[in-house]
Design a protein around this ligand. Structure first.
Ligand code: SF4
Length: 489
């Protein structure tokens, strides 16, 4: 037996070809599916990432901010490389590189040295500190450590250093996003509320969204309305900076000054209700103006809801160009409807994305047949159920909460569908099932520029319809008999 370099290697274990074939067939069977779904103490290929990864994403969304990982260097490399592979952009962050001695004596010394060095070397305007699992397991006290760092002069007394506990054994990237965003807002808005002041601006929270095209689309929609806004937190430049020969460590991000003044806004909307529940609860208590929590605007209905809410909050009518855009999106759906109608899909991802995919599929007359949420709550399940029950295309569709992509594989092999919507991790199951995977989530490692195409808004509808339907048409062209190979499709 030879390896990829053509060198002879001795197999660790050898199995008879018949045994390999037997197992290959067995893992596709209903019997195996039953055992797979009975599994309790093991997760295989989860459809989520670590808490700190979400914390790092949100930190990148603020001007001059250096994400700072209190914990293991390997963990920090994982978040950085995941973001880097998805966006194909650098994701600069530092780690205080805790090792065995940190695990025994606590990580305060690492944190202090790390803060001092990072402040001196990288000259950030803010450092956002979050934890990996190790300091969480040993119970490091971030509040005390950071106060001590200020007293020792590792960082200036007034240097903004928000921090969040982000233990990955108790949550996913969306929870880390929430915890870090909350801390950043609490830190920057402290003492900034001015009685009677109103910036007249909208604070828009996109939620844990890894699509830079979506952020640009929000800004375009708000500009079309003529609504002044502060996007919290804006990663559109950070992870989609122009290639002009100059590397900027801190490209883009929401201005710290604007963030501080966001507490005096006219209104605040979160479009990632499941990625920002704690942040939004705090905003309700502390931010001036009106507050609204809405679903991510994926699909026509959810986009309509956002536009109508903007019109209501700011006393405006929906601008004519956006109305025309809606008409074009509906036209695109109508033209393409025959290619998606009745098709069965498996969908998985974060709750906010998932609700959008399901809504969009039902609008197209497609069936979100298997719906998997890797870390979901009863509330998410109820909301998904509500969408399915409200449409005739939702009949017979099933929601699987807290299941992973190995469960998904069993579903695909025993109760097949036509396609999958999810992130790159589903490509193995898609290949085994012989169906296309539409990569609309996070992370997408194996396709280019996906994050630049918005999923939200009417433009997002057109993008998704186009990608999905053209793929189905490609498959037909590639697999049909010669006599059915037509110019027209
Ligand atoms: S699960 Fe914990 S230990 Fe593993 S990479 Fe994530 S933060 Fe690090």
């Amino acid at each position: 037996m030879a390896n990829a370099l053509g060198l002879d290697v001795k197999p660790v274990t050898e199995y008879a070809p018949e045994e390999v074939e037997r197992v290959r067939n067995w893992i596709n069977s209903a019997d195996y599916k039953e055992k797979n779904f009975a599994r309790q103490a093991l997760v295989i290929n989860p459809a989520h990432a670590c808490q700190p990864l979400g914390a790092q994403l949100v930190a990148h969304g603020f001007e001059g901010t250096l994400p700072f990982v209190h914990g293991s260097q390997g963990c920090a490399s994982y978040y950085r490389s995941t973001l880097n592979r998805h966006f194909r952009e650098p994701a600069p962050a530092v780690s205080d590189a805790m090792t065995e001695d940190g695990a025994v004596f606590g990580g305060q010394a690492n944190l202090h040295e790390g803060l001092e060095n990072a402040y001196a070397l990288y000259k950030p305007k803010m450092m956002a500190v979050f934890t990996s699992c190790m300091p969480e397991v040993i119970g490091d006290d971030l509040t005390a450590f950071i106060n001590n760092a200020r007293q020792k002069g590792c960082i200036p007394a007034d240097f903004p250093t928000p921090y969040a506990n982000t233990p990955s054994f108790n949550g996913t990237h969306i929870h880390g996003y929430d915890a870090m965003l909350l801390s950043i807002l609490q830190t920057l808005t402290e003492g900034k509320k001015i009685e009677g002041r109103c910036t007249g601006k909208l604070n828009l929270i996109a939620g844990c969204d890894f699509n830079t095209g979506d952020y640009r689309e929000y800004k375009r929609i708000l500009d079309a309305f003529g609504i002044a806004h502060t996007l919290l937190a804006d990663i559109s430049e950070t992870f989609d900076a122009p290639c002009d020969g100059n590397y900027q460590v801190y490209a883009g991000g929401t201005k710290l000054e604007d963030t501080a003044d966001s507490i005096n806004g006219k209104a605040t909307i979160t479009l990632g209700p499941y990625a920002t529940p704690k942040t939004f609860a705090w905003i309700r208590e502390n931010f001036a103006g009106e507050h609204a929590s809405m679903p991510m605007p994926i699909g026509i209905e959810k986009t309509d809801a956002l536009l109508l809410k903007l019109a209501e909050l700011f006393g405006k009518t929906v601008p004519a160009p956006l109305k025309a855009e809606r008409g074009r999106a509906v036209d695109a759906m109508t033209d393409a409807q025959q290619y998606m109608h009745g098709k069965k899909f498996a969908v998985y991802g974060d709750p906010d994305y998932l609700l959008g995919y399901v809504s969009f599929l039902l609008e197209m007359g497609a069936r979100p047949y298997h719906i998997l949420c890797s870390r979901g709550t009863k509330k998410v399940e109820k909301e998904l159920r509500g969408l399915l029950d409200a449409s005739s295309y939702g009949k017979g569709c099933t929601i699987y909460m807290n299941k992973d992509l190995w469960h998904l594989r069993s579903l695909l092999m025993t109760d097949p569908v036509d396609a999958i919507i999810g992130d790159t991790h589903g490509k193995f199951a898609a290949r085994d099932a012989g169906i296309p995977l539409f990569r609309f989530g996070f992370p997408v490692f194996d396709r280019v520029n996906k994050h630049r195409y918005p999923l939200i808004g009417y433009q997002g509808v057109i993008n998704m319809v186009t990608e999905i339907c053209n793929k189905f048409i490609d498959i037909r062209d590639e697999t049909c008999e010669d006599r059915f190979f037509e110019m027209m499709r």
